[in-house]
Design a protein around this ligand. Structure first.
Ligand code: PDD
Length: 279
């Protein structure tokens, strides 16, 4: 198995970065997770655009062209013999003696790993999964895909310990922002498909963007607005979207079953359309 580290493909077991990498000390870096389906990257251009935006928001110099990055990621997948799975790409500001201020001549550190898709249980798709709700304790720039993921790790752990797949985070006004690693969606009793607008409060998911287009094309009534925990509990359907979950039905939020407790028609339609989009 191979990883990519700063211009080289190296054995996974000996793929290392320096202990004074700013990613390690300050979470001073960004990442992308890009799906591979049938040997092709899914919406690679959109991921590279978002990566560019994350880098420029943090004023990290872009280390490589899109062409070079694409070549590296493609090569990484091929060397590892992975046709269905994902690649993780991380770029940090660089290695320098610990100091909060940006180092003068930082050289961005680029690492990537590829992994095979772990199959999603058929029962999860057929029956849906559970989400819990937790306070959103993250910073004010959730639109940047930074490697500062401690709140997400704590939230996901809380979900697992509650027997749930995901934790939906809520802001101080009781409105859902998003999952720890996914965007949150509901269908209201009136049949509106709702997800929170892409402000600094959420990561603008690539899957989210694609599903919005699919929903519009399918003629579903789509409304971009914040929704409350209460609305989520009373929803007819709920689901999450992400690169690794695609469209995943949520059939229980906290102790409340959603709709009739089975994945609803909007969710099933959008999942099917998204799987076709990936293929
Ligand atoms: N997470 N919101 C958050 C906070 C995320 O971390 C992610 C993705 C998403 C969905 O974005 P996308 O559709 O572009 O994958 C929303 C990735 C998968 C991860 O951290 O593993």
């Amino acid at each position: 198995r191979f990883a990519y580290v700063n211009g080289r493909f190296v054995r996974y077991g000996s793929a290392t970065v320096h202990i004074e990498d700013r990613g390690y000390q300050f979470a001073d870096g960004v990442y992308e997770v890009i799906a591979l389906a049938g040997g092709k990257f899914v919406d690679l251009d959109l991921h590279l655009q978002r990566l560019d935006r994350s880098l420029s928001e943090l004023r990290i110099e872009r280390p490589m062209s899109d062409r070079a990055l694409t070549f590296v990621l493609d090569n990484l997948a091929k060397r590892n013999g992975i046709r269905n799975g994902s690649v993780y790409l991380q770029i940090t500001r660089g290695v320098a003696p610990r100091d909060f201020v940006f180092p003068r001549d930082a050289v961005p550190q680029v690492v990537a790993v590829a992994r095979r898709a772990k199959p999603i249980a058929q029962t999860a798709i057929e029956d849906g999964v559970k989400a819990i709700t937790i306070p959103d304790i993250r910073w004010a720039r959730c639109d940047i895909k930074s490697v500062a993921l401690l709140p997400a790790a704590l939230g996901k752990q809380a979900a697992r310990e509650a027997g749930a797949y995901e934790a939906w985070q809520y802001d101080r006004d009781g409105f859902i922002t998003e999952g720890t690693s996914s965007n949150a969606w509901i269908v209201t009793p009136d049949g509106d498909l709702v997800t929170r607008p892409a402000t600094n409060a959420i990561l603008n998911g690539i899957t989210r963007l694609v599903v919005i287009e699919l929903a519009k094309a399918a003629g579903l009534r789509f409304v971009e607005r914040p929704f409350s925990i209460k609305e989520a509990h009373a929803a007819r359907e709920a689901f999450v979207t992400s690169t690794t979950s695609f469209v995943m039905p949520i059939t229980q939020i906290d102790e409340t079953p959603i709709g009739n407790g089975k994945p609803g028609s909007f969710t099933r339609e959008l999942r099917e359309k998204y799987m076709a989009h990936m293929a």
